[in-house]
Design a binder for this molecule. Structure first.
Ligand code: WQD
Length: 351
């Protein structure tokens, strides 16, 4: 059984990917300093699988602590690197935090990959590497425009560092460019678990609906789109997670054509912010309290994926619809809320 090191395993996409990897026969270990996550999602994965998962509570920006993990695990067959800060808006306010966290961690990992000759490496990249694309949908060959946010810039630089390193490395790499991850595992035991006030649209929608956030602000309705709000490609987190397993399977089967392969992971359908809100209202049967506000710095107007390459070469197929995204996200939010109510009322007995 191949052991896969998943960085950011306690996070949103990381935890869902741990589950998919286990379901597909991989052994997993997690590295997550819980600076923006808790063990709750890892506990959810353990509950679903019945397996205990080792998490190294290590900051990947600390080389010695990171190196020690590899010294202790000489059988790591592959790495999936999620651990990074990912809020576009926040990165505009705190660029140095993003440059340091997202790039130093990757450099430390690549140093260990080099020393321990780790065969496979899957990098969590992002559609933000395209900047504001001249044409949509974007393919993997669409020229990258200047990143519109420090977050997007860290993903552009991350891809370039890997591409350069790969020229003198035997490691095989896959770069997965996510569009907008959203939704939650159908079990209701995994979902987006923001460490603070959420920045992404879907958790803001569900927290507004449950009453944690008084009102949602739509950041701009004067864009040149069909309804004036930004256009995005919302992809279910379980579809994203499975793509990582498929990418690893391809690397293990030595089917990759070059030692750095790039794939867009989006549904291929563009949805506007207002359409996403309407989909939620329809699925949840609630009316959302929202207002139209000014544009958010760092946002691009419109992007969605041409996902033909991932479908053709990874045999990947997004299975969840926008309605599934909103239904699973809402179910997860309600589960969180009922747990918090139980805790606060003191009725919750730790077993
Ligand atoms: C989506 C749209 C906002 C909140 C995300 C990830 C990033 C990357 C790309 C993976 C924008 C609008 C949001 C709100 C709003 N994915 N919005 N009111 O910025 O597209 O980036 O996908 O790497 O990691 O963060 O996602 O959900 O923040 O915004 O109107 O309260 O929703 O303006 O148009 P974004 P987002």
């Amino acid at each position: 059984m191949k052991k896969i090191l998943v960085t950011g395993g306690c996070g949103y996409i990381g935890s869902h990917t741990l589950l998919d990897l286990i379901d597909n026969g991989y052994e997993v270990i997690s590295v997550d300093n819980n600076s923006r996550s808790s063990t709750r999602l890892l506990e959810g994965v353990e509950k679903i699988t019945g397996k205990k998962i080792k998490n190294y509570k290590v900051d990947l920006c600390d080389f010695d602590d990171t190196h020690a993990i590899f010294a202790e695990n000489d059988d790591i067959a592959g790495i999936i690197h999620f651990a990074a800060y990912k809020a576009v808006g926040e990165s505009v306010e705190k660029p140095l935090l993003y440059y340091h966290n997202n790039l130093i961690s990757l450099i430390n990992l690549l140093k260990c990959v080099d020393e321990y000759q780790i065969p496979y490496f899957v990098f969590s990249s992002s559609c933000t590497v395209y900047g504001s694309p001249a044409n949509i949908p974007v393919t993997e060959e669409t020229p990258k425009q200047p990143a519109e946010s420090p977050y997007g810039y860290t993903k552009q630089v991350g891809e370039d560092m890997i591409t350069e390193f790969a020229k003198t490395s035997k490691t095989q790499f896959v770069l997965l460019r996510y569009f907008n991850p959203a939704g939650a595992h159908p079990s209701g035991l995994l979902g987006e678990y923001p460490f603070d006030r959420p920045q992404n649209l879907t958790p803001v929608i569900t927290q507004t609906a449950i009453g944690k956030i008084p009102q949602l602000t739509v950041f701009g309705s004067d864009y040149n789109t069909r309804d004036g709000s930004c256009l995005r490609d919302f992809v279910h987190v379980c579809d994203l997670a499975h793509a990582h397993t498929l990418a690893l399977n391809q690397l293990v089967a030595k089917k990759n054509k070059t030692n750095v392969e790039v794939f867009n992971l989006g549904t291929g359908e563009g949805i506007t912010v207002l359409e996403a809100i309407k989909a939620f209202e329809r699925v949840a049967g609630v009316s959302l309290n929202y207002t139209i506000g000014p544009r958010r710095p760092g946002d691009i107007m419109a992007i969605y994926a041409n996902n033909d390459k991932a479908i053709r070469e990874l045999d990947w197929k997004p299975r969840y619809s926008l309605d599934d995204i909103m239904a699973t996200a809402w179910q997860w939010e309600q589960n969180l809320y009922s747990d918090e109510k139980m805790f606060s009322s003191g009725n919750f007995k730790l077993n």
